[in-house]
Write a protein that binds this ligand. Structure first.
Ligand SMILES: *Cc1c(COP(=O)(O)O)cnc(C)c1O
Length: 495
């Protein structure tokens, strides 16, 4: 029997995994959720003898039940190959008593690669399985990292085109350079004069535009999403939590069944939701520690049970977490509301009209394994500097938000449970903020000078992804207002 996926906003219309992957978002605007979270059918000891790719198969086969073994293994092997600069794909590095799970060894040196290197293959396989003839148009809003990772994943993949919208003044210089130098006939990158939420709202509107969908269908196109709302992104992210625990077990860093805490620098709530799914699959995880930057909507939510986006949007040094509407939280809301689509839909409608909602005491009780906190800009910079001074290990700004929150949590609770901390980007991706945090003297250096300095200081080779963009020509220079997104899309598609 296939595992089916339902929308978080209505009871009808359960679909198979491949259909949920193809659609991205359900027709009613809801997110697809599996009817039940499957339990791992291999023991953690068995898993600890497996490679990353083998572990990926063990996890994904339980979720993507309408894929054949050959299809799934083919997707996995195409994704997790030499694009990653280490065979282990997601290494664990111990520094100052914390296990940093380095998720940035893929093509674009941020954790989005973990899912976006496989999504194009899951998507094209899903299209074949469902006899889709249309060309698939990936439409994505990015706060910086998704964009490049999606572009890299989809560039020149037959039967697909990709359009990425990013906030023109809301990403790091390296992030922007990475995107606007993207090669590939089927790629299109657009800066918008607004913030990430504007980009994401605009993209959601285009997805919901029935008139546009008709015009596109007649011209042989259909939209799909590479954003973290796609279940084809969420599931591959569960893999590395399973893998991380299995590695700790293999290296006798934890005893059998010993619980660990997981700390995740959070924006759209996708990564930490994957950890929650891993826990529900049977990985011994105690606390799920949700770390925010100064856009601390989630911290306030876990403190009060009220989600309130009515506040100023802060531009921080961890731009991939500058988010006021964490889309994936909807899945947790739905699940803790007892998989009640009506109840969830009511909350989401309050969110879109009043900008806030309050969950029930019962739902809050079901979220007791989550702990939220945040780090200020100053605390984030201090974390980078002190960890470097103590250990020589250099972390990026997003990872530092998580590390600073982890430190707060330990101080507040005296909980000394071992910690796996999701290290979501290479420090080379946020070189300026990282180097500024370490020493003011770097302030006057150019971006690539800083890259070389960082390489010396951290004793780490400059990643290929950075070398590549040093001299690459700018290939995309379109900028538009948020109200122009639809016409820009139509123009690119020639419709
Ligand atoms: C996207 C991103 C995050 C946030 O992940 P979510 O799944 O959106 O919560 C954190 N750090 C980096 C570097 C990212 O690119």
């Amino acid at each position: 029997m296939d595992l089916l996926y339902r929308s978080t906003r209505s009871k009808d219309g359960a679909v198979k995994a491949s259909q949920a992957i193809l659609k991205g978002l359900a027709d009613d605007g809801g997110l697809f959720v599996p009817e039940a979270v499957p339990r791992l059918d291999k023991s953690l000891e068995e898993l600890s003898a497996m490679t990353y790719q083998e572990t990926a198969y063990e996890v994904m086969k339980l979720f993507f039940t309408d894929f054949t073994e050959a299809e799934l293994k083919d997707c996995i092997n195409r994704a997790y190959d030499e694009k990653f600069d280490t065979e282990v794909i997601a290494p664990l590095v111990e520094a100052d008593g914390t296990y940093y799970l380095e998720l940035f060894h893929g093509a674009t040196i941020a954790f989005k690669d973990m899912a976006l290197s496989i999504l194009p293959h899951l998507l094209t396989t899903s299209a074949k399985k469902n006899d889709v003839q249309n060309e698939i148009v990936i439409l994505t809003a990015t706060s910086g990292d998704t964009g490049k990772a999606a572009l890299a994943g989809f560039a020149d993949v037959k039967g697909t085109r990709i359009i990425v919208f990013y906030p023109k003044n809301g990403v790091s210089p390296i992030q922007e350079k990475q995107m606007v130098t993207q090669k590939g006939e089927n790629t299109f990158v657009v800066g918008i004069t607004g913030n990430f939420d504007d980009a994401q709202t605009g993209v959601k509107q285009l997805f919901g535009d029935r008139e546009l969908a008709d015009i596109m269908d007649k011209a042989g196109f259909q939209f799909s999403s590479a954003n973290s709302i796609n279940i084809g992104r969420l599931v591959p992210q569960i893999v590395y939590y399973v893998y991380a625990y299995a590695q700790l077990l293999k290296e006798s860093k934890v005893e059998r069944d010993e619980k660990i805490n997981v700390v995740v620098p959070t924006g759209n709530f996708g990564n930490i939701l994957a950890a929650y799914f891993a826990k529900n699959m049977g990985v011994p995880i105690a606390k799920l520690i949700c770390a925010s930057n100064e856009n601390k909507v989630l911290y306030d939510f876990f403190e009060t049970g009220i989600y309130d986006r009515n506040r100023d949007f802060v531009l921080t040094s961890s731009p991939s977490m500058d988010i006021l509407i964490s889309s994936n939280l909807e899945r947790l809301i739905y699940l803790t509301a007892g998989a009640d689509a009506d109840k969830n839909a009511a909350f989401m409608s309050e969110l879109s009209t009043a900008g806030k909602y309050e969950i029930t005491a019962d739902m809050r009780a079901q979220m007791k394994d989550f702990y939220g906190n945040y780090a200020s800009e100053q605390e984030t910079a201090e974390m980078i500097r002190t960890l470097y001074e103590k250990t020589g290990y250099v972390i990026d700004t997003h990872t530092a938000v998580a590390a600073a929150v982890c430190r707060k949590y330990r101080k507040e609770t005296d909980d000394n449970t071992k910690v796996v901390l999701a290290s979501t980007a290479s420090p080379f991706k946020f070189t300026r903020s990282v180097m500024d945090a370490i020493d003011e003297k770097y302030d006057t250096m150019g971006d690539f000078e800083l890259v070389d300095e960082l390489s010396k200081l951290a004793n780490v080779k400059v990643p290929g992804a950075i070398e590549e963009i040093r001299t690459a020509p700018v290939l995309h220079d379109t900028v538009c207002g948020k109200e122009e997104m639809k016409s820009v899309v139509m123009k690119f598609l020639g419709i």
